[in-house]
Design a protein around this ligand. Structure first.
Ligand code: CAA
Ligand code: NAD
Length: 333
């Protein structure tokens, strides 16, 4: 079909089919949450090893969801058929979720809809929403969106899960006409457990796109907060400096839910470093410019809060990235 058909289709019909790029901590969690609430999801990453990782993350998480939804019978002497019924209910839930997720390394097929031998009914149509959850690097994100822009129908909405970059800067990777359909969907780790999504609009995001993003959040049973395209949006603006500043976990851990060091391991040291490095660069740019309003907003960040943390730098160099590699500030395996 032509691009114009695509635009008309997305206007008329609510989003059913989502393609997610990046099957790491976040992409896997977003895929699971979307599939749990009935969306058809294609999850695309760069290698079969990365897809195995995504499969592991989702399997473990969905098993917990199923166990909570259908708890073990109370009595240990419960009859066998009762245990079997619980097991069957869990299996139906798990298989239902997997039945709506397709894993692939084929970027073009993930966006256009697959064809040929690989095609299934669920994933053969063009995607209506692309959510990007790859490495926190402006150039790499832009390059991905530029590529995806070639394959997506005109009506397809693009959203980034960036933690710290300007959504408008990332949108520069796509053609002008797509930018009205470009916004931010910032989920939190772990996505199936965390209720919040920050929905970000740039100066160019259309009202229709913004409403479609809010609608997707509501259908995923998430609480959406509307955010402007400012560094760190609402939560990370406060959270990341807190994580970078801390060197003692116990007081904050007992006084709040998770200490900042434990939280940094949970988020990923590489991701945290990308965020701080990006903000520091923006701050430098803001100090030498008086015109760009976006960089001016960054200038409000106190410089001391985005200073490099020597311990963080050292651990990232050693490949100790947190839970995902088994060790960060703390050992996890
Ligand atoms: N899927 C869905 N829900 C799940 C689940 C899963 N896989 N596993 C557990 N849950 C639910 C449980 O049902 C439970 O809810 P109820 O109390 O209503 O029953 C709740 O989650 C907590 O369950 P547990 O106590 O078993 O949780 P846990 O042991 O797995 O983990 C925790 C506890 C690590 C403290 C975690 O729950 C948590 O909340 N950590 C803090 C996370 C956080 O602050 N994230 C933000 C990171 S910053 C970020 O994301 C922004 C960025 O850009 C960097
Ligand atoms: P991660 O390192 O766990 O996963 C990133 C995945 O992206 C990897 O599987 C990698 O193979 C894949 N990838 C890299 N380039 C790709 C490409 N061109 N195409 C497809 N896949 C590609 O990272 P993460 O923690 O999931 O973070 C992903 C994004 O989400 C980042 O922008 C991060 O800032 C943001 N985010 C992270 C958290 C968190 O707590 N970790 C929370 C909210 C948002």
């Amino acid at each position: 079909s032509s691009g114009n058909d695509g635009a008309a289709m997305a206007k008329a019909t609510p989003i059913e089919r989502i393609t997610i790029f990046g099957g790491g901590l976040m992409g896997a969690g977003i895929a699971q949450s979307a599939a749990q609430y009935g969306f058809k999801v294609t999850l695309c990453d760069v290698s079969s090893k990365a897809l195995d990782n995504a499969r592991d993350i989702i399997s473990r998480s969905i098993a917990r969801v199923a166990k909570r939804a259908y708890p073990d019978p109370h009595s240990s002497s419960a009859p066998e058929h009762e245990r079997k019924r619980v097991e069957d209910q869990r299996r139906v839930l798990v298989e239902g979720v997997w039945g709506r997720i397709k894993l692939t390394t084929d970027t073009e097929g993930a966006v256009r809809g697959s064809s040929g031998a690989e095609s299934t009914d669920l994933h053969s149509e063009p995607t209506q929403l692309v959510i990007e959850a790859i490495v926190e690097d402006l150039q790499i994100k832009r390059a991905l969106f530029q590529r995806v822009d070639e394959f997506a129908v005109d009506g397809c909405i693009f959203a980034t899960n960036t933690s710290s970059l300007s959504v408008a800067d990332i949108a520069e990777g796509v053609r002008e006409s797509r930018r009205a359909r470009f916004g931010g969907l910032h989920f939190f780790n772990r996505t199936p457990q965390m209720k919040l999504v920050e929905v970000i609009r740039t100066d160019q995001t259309s009202e229709e796109t913004f409403q479609a993003l809010l609608d997707v959040c509501a259908r995923m049973k998430k609480k959406a907060v509307k955010c402007k395209d400012t560094p760190g949006f609402i939560v990370n603006r406060l959270l990341v400096p807190y994580m970078a500043e801390a060197d003692i976990d116990i007081a904050m851990k007992l006084g709040a839910a998770m200490g900042p060091i434990e939280l940094t391991d949970f988020v990923g040291l590489d991701t945290t470093k990308h965020i701080l490095d990006g903000w520091r660069e923006k701050l430098k740019a803001a100090q030498s410019s008086v015109e760009n309003t976006e960089t001016q907003k960054t200038a409000n960040l106190p410089a001391a809060l985005v200073e490099p943390s020597p311990m963080l730098e050292k651990l990232v160099k050693e490949g100790k990235l947190g839970h995902k590699t088994g060790e960060g500030f703390l050992k996890h395996r």
